[in-house]
Design a protein around this ligand. Structure first.
Ligand code: SD4
Length: 330
């Protein structure tokens, strides 16, 4: 009330001094917002990059029991972090070129709060450390030794993340030391997960061990809010997998949410985000990027550069692996 009176007064008081546009800009303008009709919304629902039925089932159990989307995405991606057979996430992840397994992860809630860890070593559940950063600190990102120390203080156990299998493969790789990410195979299983709970609230998480045999210290898109993940509870959410450097240059997940805000469907928004990359990057035939997105109605979409990317979807209607459309079709 006080503030409105003041604005009114000052507008009158400065009439004749200020030009009209500036005086107008002092008013409390409400920016236009997109209103999405959620009366027919599909909820709860969870989607995740790649074919990860254990993760989506875990998240579904949380959602189906009336749990919230933040718990669902955390519990969901923890499955992959703990699964040593997934060599792109958590324990068992492929190391960097020096033999160190380093994890990147982030999480984002319905309020727009977020937490992230980058270059985290010796702790399996990077996503849970990211959640602690979000909930227990005034910060958004913790890196390296600081993140590791923080995790121990929060009670996370110290573990060796380099399995015998990943170690053997790394030693074999060292014979040539060629850094050549292989499309859809060797280092693309990062899990990005988006969920809407019964209340219609959206959360997301993303976790990875990054590109295999990367230079020590390298951080990808997955823990960077806006690149590997973005959530806006009024609009929707998006997450990415693939060569993080390409996603970082275009802030793909933020872009997709903003495109949905402008009225695009999740599918159209994912396609536009891939187009932004391939139209500028002549090398696009040699890398994979996959995006998935969801809007407030529970509509989903996905798009990628190369054929072969799929995403997993779980709602009361279906639990299935959905093949993604791709820019290159064969
Ligand atoms: C990264 N985007 O570190 C991750 C890698 C990835 O499936 O998606 N792997 O660049």
């Amino acid at each position: 009330m006080q503030r409105r009176k003041f604005l009114k007064k000052s507008a009158i008081g400065t009439a004749g001094i200020l030009s009209t546009p500036l005086a107008t800009s002092c008013k409390e303008n409400t920016p236009p917002t997109t209103t999405i009709d959620t009366s027919e919304a599909v909820k709860p629902i969870v989607i995740a990059t790649w074919n990860v039925p254990n993760s989506t089932s875990k998240a579904w159990d949380v959602l189906n029991a009336g749990g919230n989307s933040l718990d669902a995405v955390e519990k969901g991606v923890m499955e992959e972090e703990a699964d040593v057979s997934n060599q792109s996430v958590g324990k068992g992840g492929r190391p960097d070129r020096d033999g160190n397994v380093t994890l990147d992860a982030c999480i984002m809630d319905k309020y727009g709060n977020c937490g992230s860890v980058v270059y985290l070593q010796n702790v399996t559940h990077a996503v849970s450390v990211a959640r602690k950063v979000m909930e227990d600190t005034p910060h958004v990102i913790l890196a390296g030794k600081g993140a590791e120390q923080f995790a121990y203080e929060k009670g996370f156990p110290k573990e060796n993340l380099l399995t015998e299998k990943s170690k053997r493969e790394w030693l074999e790789w060292k014979k040539t030391s060629q850094y050549e990410p292989i499309i859809n195979i060797e280092n693309h299983d990062t899990i990005g997960m988006l969920a809407i709970d019964e209340n219609g609230d959206i959360s997301g998480a993303c976790t990875t061990s990054g590109m295999a045999y990367k230079i020590g210290g390298r951080v990808g898109d997955s823990p960077i809010i806006g690149a590997g993940l973005f959530v806006d509870n009024e609009i929707g959410a998006a997450t990415a997998t693939g060569v993080g450097e390409k996603v970082l240059k275009t802030l793909g997940s933020f872009l997709i949410v903003e495109l949905m805000r402008q009225g695009k469907s999740p599918q159209e928004a994912c396609e536009e985000a891939v187009n932004r990359i391939v139209t500028k990057d002549k090398d696009y035939k040699n890398f994979q990027i996959g995006y998935i997105a969801i809007n407030k109605k529970g509509e989903t979409g996905s798009y990628c550069v190369q054929p072969g990317f799929t995403y997993r979807k779980y709602s009361k209607n279906e639990h299935k692996n959905v093949p993604s459309g791709s820019f290159i079709t064969s």
